[in-house]
Design a protein around this ligand. Structure first.
Ligand code: UD1
Ligand code: CA
Length: 458
């Protein structure tokens, strides 16, 4: 049996009040539509995935360049039935289609697979759920013997009894293609919205004795849709909860799973812990025994074993070596490689720096565009002056160097291994290996000096 997936994503998303098309809104670091397409892609025995676009079609398509997808354009928005018809040519030779919505991102492949496996060839399947607050959803109409008769959109409900029905259409359907092709041209926009409803195929199926089977989801929140900023937040919370629970089940220690967000690819070894308000974005890989303090923001970071990241540090595009210690209040910017057992302390900013094993910059420094050897001590307030107003320049510091506090190293510059730079120096020329280098104006003493005094008014 050939099964194709049809994802409806032509909607404008008016209620998002955003320049960005709704299906590209971010959920856990990926666009809504990507979640749907990843679930669809994980299904077995699916032939093609069709995506129906309308609003901002080019922007959406550009985002998924290189994906194996079949794109269809629905011009105008005449309803979900019309949207499916836009892809009809594509699925003409399939036996059945699974219809998904681009704004329903949490459905898992496992659930969809069970649904597909439950519905037989030539049957029509509807994913349903029982909601205590069914507002906004299409209601499942059944007769006295519980046989499904149709789906009624809320706005088209005939009476209170229909509105009180708590079993709803979650929007995912499995449709037999041969029958669907005869149904699609017969759908009429005779409803409150004047739209062509896909859900009306159910009534046609019933009248033609095509079996209709509901697959009721135990947890209907999995089929939550996103129509506005509030629902996007609700779905983000559900997504984060699911993500954290899965990570914690494989051992990640978290102080409060409602106060950690993972927005991308996250992996960790044994005995890692995250304190409250940690945010991880992009790809974050932690080795074993990594401790991440409160309020830490990690983006595209790879961390070796036994690293400690102290509170309120912001680290992006960096590698941290085994046993390194970073923070509190450290900022590490892209292209930085912090060596094993190295220390980056409070109010230290590091950019494109290679810091050797065991080296330390513990207080209030700016280190940019530099290669710093092993066992180097960078004193408080040291600055690599890498920018001359037009270009960036490099600083090279050998192993075992000691840089006294409040020194400025004017790049381009090389500091030889084992050199000592006296505190308060402004270093403008290369520093030889070993020995002491310093540039300091001589200290003076003025004995008979009077402090200025305030003028008195007449
Ligand atoms: C739809 C169902 C309703 C169900 C609910 C579940 C219909 C008529 N109603 O209602 O029974 O309870 O979903 O969330 O299907 N779209 C297009 N082109 C269009 C119209 C819609 O591509 O012309 C896409 C939208 O982008 C969206 C999806 O189809 O991804 C659903 O459309 P929407 O208008 O949000 O349907 P609902 O009113 O939520
Ligand atoms: Ca919707």
């Amino acid at each position: 049996m050939i099964t194709d997936v049809v994802v409806l994503a032509a909607g404008k998303g008016t209620r998002m009040y955003s320049q960005r098309p709704k299906v590209l809104q971010d959920l856990g670091g990926r666009p809504l539509l990507q979640h749907v397409l990843e679930s669809a892609g994980a299904l077995s025995h699916v032939r093609h995935i069709h995506v129906v676009l309308g609003h901002c079609a080019d922007a959406v398509r550009a985002h998924f360049e290189g994906w194996n997808l079949h794109w269809w354009l629905q011009d105008g928005q005449r309803g979900t039935g019309d949207a499916v018809a836009a892809a009809a040519e594509g699925f003409a030779d399939a036996q059945r289609i699974l219809v998904l919505y681009g704004d329903v991102p949490l459905l898992q492949a496992k659930t969809l697979q069970e649904f597909l496996d439950t519905i037989a060839e030539r049957e029509l399947g509807i994913l349903t759920g029982v909601l205590q607050a069914p507002q906004g959803y299409g209601r499942i109409l059944r007769d006295g013997t519980d046989t499904i008769l149709g789906i009624r959109e809320e706005r088209d409900c005939r009476d209170e009894d229909e509105r009180r029905i708590t079993e709803v259409n979650l929007g995912v359907m499995i449709l037999p293609v041969a029958e669907l092709r005869s149904w699609l041209p017969r759908l009429q926009p005779h409803n409150a919205q004047g739209e062509i409803y896909l859900t009306d195929v159910v009534t046609l199926a019933v009248s033609e004795r095509v079996p209709v089977r509901a697959f009721c989801l135990a947890d209907p929140t999995e089929a939550s849709g996103v129509n506005d900023a509030l629902q996007l937040e609700a779905v983000e919370r559900l997504y984060q909860k699911r993500r954290l629970e899965a990570l914690m089940r494989s051992g990640l220690r978290v102080r409060d799973r409602s106060r950690v967000d993972i927005r991308g690819d996250f992996r960790c070894g044994e005995d890692c812990s995250l304190d409250v308000n940690v945010v991880c974005e992009g790809s974050v890989h932690l080795g074993k025994g990594v401790r991440v303090g409160a309020g830490v923001h990690l983006k595209d970071v790879s961390v070796a074993d036994d690293v400690e990241i102290l509170p309120y540090s912001v680290i992006e595009g960096a590698q941290l070596g085994q046993g390194a210690r970073v923070g509190p209040f450290a900022r590490i910017r892209p292209r930085s490689v912090i060596g094993a057992a190295a220390h980056i302390g409070n109010f230290v900013e590091v950019k494109a720096v290679e810091l050797g094993a065991g080296s330390k910059a513990n207080h209030l420094s700016y280190l940019g565009d530099a290669r710093i050897g092993a066992g180097v001590n960078v004193g408080a307030g040291v600055i690599t002056c890498n920018y001359d107003g037009a270009n960036k320049h490099h600083t090279e510091i050998g192993d075992g160097v000691f840089i006294g506090s409040d020194s400025q190293l004017i790049a381009p510059l090389q500091v030889g291994a084992g050199a000592t730079i006296g505190a308060g120096s402004t270093i403008t020329r290369d520093v030889p290996e070993g020995g002491l280098t310093l540039s300091r104006s001589p200290q003076r003493y003025v004995a008979h000096w009077r402090r200025p005094t305030k003028k008195t008014r007449d």
